[in-house]
Write a protein that binds this ligand. Structure first.
Ligand SMILES: Cc1cc2nc3c(=O)[nH]c(=O)nc-3n(C[C@H](O)[C@H](O)[C@H](O)COP(=O)(O)OP(=O)(O)OC[C@H]3O[C@@H](n4cnc5c(N)ncnc54)[C@H](O)[C@@H]3O)c2cc1C
Length: 326
């Protein structure tokens, strides 16, 4: 797999020599940015079987069919991990942090007042203040606001004055991820499982997560399209998982969240479409008066990952501090 992916991204180092500054070498990016991941696979000299293998790995990485995702989106992950697929897999899959622990640490660090289940309906500004109005009519005013809502959910809020045209068109287009992550508790196989399939299938990867003391397992699976395999359709999920499990495994239980139907995310983890890195990233990052934009979707580095969310939060905080100091 490493050899195949290294061949697919053979030009990554010259295209993205500074992956945390993805727009610096804009000509090199522009020359490739119109291509999808699938275009690159189709243009390669790989065998049909190897193309399927690459398609499977990359579709799983971007949570969407490969033809909908920009080549540069996955090339950026590969470049960020040191232009090496083994390190990319480690960066994507080796972790010791629960999201809840990160949230707890963030709250302990800044000690902010936290309101949950209180969606924002509108963000307005004049020359001196920003006013945020929630759906239940509460209002908050401040000298600045950081909007850290996923790109695909930004259209659920009103902005006044209206956002710049380029930001609006990127919001309308949205990023490409529309896949599923599923979990199952299975019994009947105590060896680790690694099953894969190309992105015309409901599930592209099914992998052991943890082998429990009683020999049963927790496995997780990814698919490229939440419409094709709705996470809430338990029978469809069980059927799709069974196809990738070695017989005679029994599925005890399945679980999933439908991130694509969730109005506060409308996708899984961010994967830019062809052309979006060149056309939209800078526009999405740009402040709008006293409004600053943050979140993994607008990160310079790990777009689609917790690391990118933290990076963009630091950037937004610095920008707000600078504005308040002037
Ligand atoms: C299934 C799945 C698996 C993942 N696995 C990994 C992984 O292994 N490693 C990794 O690094 N990343 C992973 N990610 C990606 C990671 O979760 C995101 O990159 C990260 O959460 C982005 O952080 P964020 O703060 O930018 O956005 P989010 O975490 O999406 O936070 C945005 C917040 O805005 C809120 N919001 C939206 N609209 C409104 C509104 N109108 N008013 C108020 N609030 C609103 C949302 O409810 C949400 O709480 C995964 C994502 C998914 C879906």
């Amino acid at each position: 797999m490493q050899e195949l992916i290294d061949r697919i991204f053979a030009d990554a180092r010259e295209t993205m020599p500074l992956p945390y500054q993805p727009l610096v070498f804009s000509d090199a990016i522009a020359a490739l940015d119109h291509l999808s991941v699938q275009d690159r696979i189709d243009d390669s000299d790989l065998s049909l079987e190897d193309r399927d293998l690459v398609n499977t790995l990359l579709s799983t990485s971007c949570s969407a069919p490969c033809f909908e995702v920009g080549l540069t989106a996955l090339m950026r992950e590969y470049a960020l991990a040191g232009w090496n697929f083994g390190l990319m897999l480690d960066a994507l899959g080796a972790f010791a942090l629960r999201t809840a622990d990160l949230v707890t640490a963030l709250v302990a660090d800044g000690n902010p007042e936290v309101r949950v289940a209180n969606p924002v309906a509108a963000v307005e500004q004049d020359d001196a203040r920003v006013r945020v109005t929630t759906r239940n009519g509460e209002q908050f005013t401040g000298l600045a606001a950081v909007v850290a809502v996923p790109l695909n959910a930004l259209s659920g809020m009103e902005f006044a004055p209206a956002l710049e045209t380029q930001k609006q068109s990127a919001m309308k287009q949205g990023q490409a991820s529309r896949g599923v992550k599923l979990w199952a508790h299975i019994r009947g196989e105590s060896e680790p499982i690694f099953s894969i399939a190309p992105d015309d299938q409901p599930i592209t990867a099914l992998v052991s997560g943890r082998i429990l003391d009683d020999g049963s397992q927790l496995v997780f699976a990814f698919g490229p399209d939440a419409h094709r395999l709705p996470p809430g359709d338990e029978q469809a999920v069980r059927r799709a998982m069974t196809d990738l499990l070695p017989p005679p495994v029994q599925i005890e239980a399945v679980a999933a969240h439908d991130w694509c139907a969730d109005e506060f995310s409308r996708g899984t983890w961010s994967a830019f479409r062809p052309g979006q890195l060149s056309s939209s990233l800078a526009a999405l990052q740009a402040p709008h008066g006293r409004m600053f934009f943050a979140g993994s979707d607008v990160a310079d580095g790990w777009n689609g990952f917790l690391d990118g969310a933290i990076e963009s939060g630091l950037t937004a905080a610095r920008s707000v501090s600078q504005m308040l100091a002037t």
